[in-house]
Design a protein around this ligand. Structure first.
Ligand SMILES: [Zn+2]
Ligand SMILES: [Zn+2]
Length: 55
């Protein structure tokens, strides 16, 4: 892995502007993707590796 092309919250593809991709703040081993819509609505995400949940 190492690539993240889908939003971790809603599963939609990360296209256009406004999305963000970052390492999991808990384990640092998973890449979290968030689309613009989920960022604007503070939709929670869950790390697939450590199950960390956060906005
Ligand atoms: Zn999303
Ligand atoms: Zn994690």
């Amino acid at each position: 892995m190492g690539n993240k092309e889908d939003c971790s919250s809603c599963g939609k593809g990360l296209i256009g502007e406004g999305y963000s991709i970052f390492d999991c703040p808990n384990c640092g081993e998973n890449i979290i993707g968030r689309c613009r819509n989920c960022r604007e609505h503070n939709t929670p995400y869950t790390c697939e590796k450590c199950n960390f949940t956060g906005p």
